[in-house]
Design a protein around this ligand. Structure first.
Ligand code: F6P
Length: 669
């Protein structure tokens, strides 16, 4: 029997052995095993990360003890602050304590009543650059706003924002500036880091992308067989994937952007799962496909294996010379790009002051998007992001949308004890916003220690999740209406990218969608009382089931439209909100040590898996695994040895698969 999950391709001898990916014996039909064994020991796997290689692993930060879950911090003795070395943790300040006290007042309020105060609603209605952010359904009064502003001042929020734009090394553990704002700076702006204005360097890369994308799109750039490039596969993961995917998904149905795309395809390959490879390559022709390897470090295991796999797909059809015409790279590590075999001319750099999850406006996002939509569309996107940057940098706190998004999030997490946040766009084109923000927010603010490495006395960050409305309504909204309280973020547009207004219908299709946007926020805030239910003659036994407690906070963000420009604004607005939260909590929102341990352990598994296979031995606890993992690994390896060679058609076209029974590839449309 052939099992799913075993779909590992074996390539024909025509593939240059030096370009081949490291093969495991399990992926090779038994009749070829000895040949592959020989090749592996001779070739030294020039391009592949050798099994068990720890390249790219990073030294772990000093470990910290596990924290107890403390959703809402308790008041700290007055002398505790004095015992702390500078800077004191923000939660020991009188401003924090005042908010803790104030929470008791807020607990006596209900949004149903707060929303009756029109002055309050007006004061909580903010507008910038066509974007409205209505905070009136947050559990706040004007006193809360005042106290949060005092907290922001205590945390030196203004200085920290300015420091970011001035290139201060806010990322202390990596000793780096945090300058994604420079990626969308206007040509005439100056951003000086260590005595050097970085804006000209940024524009040098942008100009190179502009020239390159115009060549490819016009057909002047030819593939190995002389055909023009039509489709692009961008290989990358995490920040080298989620942001560009979000923007691409947002622009796909924008009329202006779609017109420019003109039948081109942009696909992404992130997961190291061969199923993702199959889906990304399905139906593409090597002759007309360009592959972009996107990796800040150029060491990420998943990306590099996918890059070797897709390189093999190209080379087996078009020969080794085709790499120069069909593969380009985006990275800060141009040395490794060259070692991989990609011409330096075809590499687009960026800088260590761009965090992966903040890299959409670098070549990471700009190159694939420019190839798909053309430079003018991308330029509008960058202008939108720059527009929000300027608002964030210059607007007074009381008018600053990212600041208020950040401060109300701190209020919800640290004082009201809400651990999660739902991102709910009433706009299908924003379907990849939540996955992107999951990384931007959770990788940035899910930290256990403060900037000085001291254990945080509160939980930072929140659990972000989301789905486009109205899909979410028919899925998890039950819980957010009657179960746990989860602050919600409703995002809608005045103008839809697509308009349909059927004759005879009372509202347009987009109006219908937006009716839900307005209704849900009030349903959460107001709820429904037993008195109201009785007035509707609801039988007594159903009243508890049909009661909505309400008082559930949300923010409503209404955008004028969803164009390249407003997508840029939205992206920057979310990035800055996350920074505000981190600045208040006093954490480093720009490192990500928490992702390292798993990578190191996976490398250990890889080494042992390879050695167990090659010398036909079992995994032992003395290999460094506990009893459970040893047992599980051996179960997996035993299962693998019983597999027949997998169905050849599932991953690559027949001519790439060594098999007696090859069927044409399935179409995964
Ligand atoms: O998952 C950890 C991480 O380092 C992310 O921060 C980053 O976005 C991703 O891996 C990809 O890294 P790279 O661009 O170096 O391949």
């Amino acid at each position: 029997m052939l099992l799913a999950g075993s779909l590992q391709p074996v390539f024909r001898g025509s593939v240059d052995a030096s370009l081949g990916s490291p093969k495991t014996l399990e992926s090779v039909p038994s009749r070829h095993r000895s040949r592959v064994q020989q090749q592996q020991s001779l070739s030294g796997q020039r391009f592949g990360a050798s099994p068990g290689s720890s390249r790219g692993s990073v030294k772990m930060a000093t470990s910290t003890t596990d924290r107890q879950a403390t959703p809402v911090p308790v008041a700290v003795p007055a002398d505790a602050a004095a015992q702390q070395a500078e800077p004191a943790n923000i939660s020991y300040t009188p401003e924090w304590q005042a908010l803790l006290e104030h929470r008791k007042e807020i607990e006596k309020t209900h949004l149903r009543d707060l929303l009756r105060k029109e002055d309050r609603s007006d004061a909580l209605f903010h507008e910038y650059g066509g974007i409205v952010a209505d905070f009136s359904r947050q559990r706040v009064t004007m006193k809360t706003i005042e106290l949060l502003t005092q907290l922001a001042n205590k945390a030196k929020l203004q200085e920290k924002i300015a420091g970011m734009f001035e290139g201060k090394h806010l990322n202390g553990t990596e000793d780096r500036a945090v300058l994604h704002v420079a990626l969308r700076a206007r040509r005439d702006q100056k951003i000086v880091v260590e005595g050097k204005d970085v804006v000209p360097e940024v524009w040098e890369v942008l100009d190179k992308i502009k020239g390159f994308s115009e060549k490819v799109r016009s057909g002047e750039w030819k593939g190995a067989t002389g055909k023009a490039i039509k489709d692009v596969v961008a290989i990358g993961i995490g920040g080298s994937f989620l942001g560009p995917l979000f923007v691409h998904t947002a622009l796909r149905t924008d009329q202006a952007a779609a017109h420019e795309a003109g039948g081109r395809q942009l696909r992404f390959l992130a997961n190291v799962d061969p199923v993702d490879v199959a889906r990304a390559l399905n139906g593409l022709s090597q002759e007309t496909t360009m592959v972009i390897v996107v990796s800040k470090t150029f060491t990420t295991a998943e990306t590099m294996l996918n890059a070797r796999t897709v390189r093999t797909w190209l080379v087996s059809e078009l020969g080794p010379e085709s790499v120069a015409k069909h593969m380009v790279a985006v990275s800060t590590n141009l040395k490794l790009v060259k070692e991989f075999g990609i011409d330096a001319e075809n590499a687009f750099g960026f800088w260590d002051w761009v965090g992966g999850r903040y890299s959409v406006c670098s070549a990471v996002g700009v190159l694939p998007l420019a190839l798909q939509y053309g430079w003018p569309v991308v330029e509008r996107f960058l202008k939108g992001a720059n527009d929000m940057d300027e608002h964030f940098r210059t607007a007074k706190f009381e008018e600053n949308i990212p600041v208020w998004l950040g401060l109300t999030s701190v209020w919800n997490v640290s004082f009201l004890g809400y651990a999660a946040r739902a991102i709910l766009p009433y706009c299908q084109a924003l379907s990849k916003l939540a996955p992107h923000i999951q990384q931007v927010s959770m990788e940035s603010n899910g930290k256990g220690v403060d900037l000085s490495g001291r254990r945080l006395p509160f939980e930072s960050g929140e659990i972000d999740f989301g789905e486009p409305g109205t899909n979410g309504q028919h899925s998890f909204y039950q819980l957010i209406h009657q179960g746990r309280v989860i602050p919600c973020e409703f995002i809608g547009t005045v103008k839809s990218q697509q308009s349909v207004y059927l004759k005879g219908e009372v509202v347009s299709n987009h109006d219908e969608l937006m009716c839900n946007f307005f209704a849900q926020a009030d349903a959460l805030a107001n709820g429904k009382t037993p008195v109201e239910l009785r007035a509707e003659n609801v039988p007594d036994h159903l009243i508890p089931h049909k009661t909505f407690t309400g008082n559930r906070p949300s923010v409503s963000i209404l955008m004028p439209d969803l164009t390249a420009f407003s997508v840029g604004q939205l992206l920057a607005m979310y990035e800055h909100r996350v920074a505000v939260q981190g600045f208040i909590w006093g954490i480093n929102s720009f490192d990500q040590w928490g992702v390292e341990l798993g990578k190191v352990l996976a490398a250990k598994v890889r080494t042992n898996m390879n050695s167990a296979r090659t010398v036909h031995r079992r995994i032992k606890q003395s290999d460094g695994f506990n009893h459970s993992t040893t047992r599980l690994l051996n179960r997996y390896l035993d299962g693998k040895t019983q597999l027949l060679y997998p169905e050849p058609a599932d991953v690559f076209p027949c001519d790439l698969i060594e098999s007696d029974v090859c069927r044409p590839p399935t179409s995964y449309t």
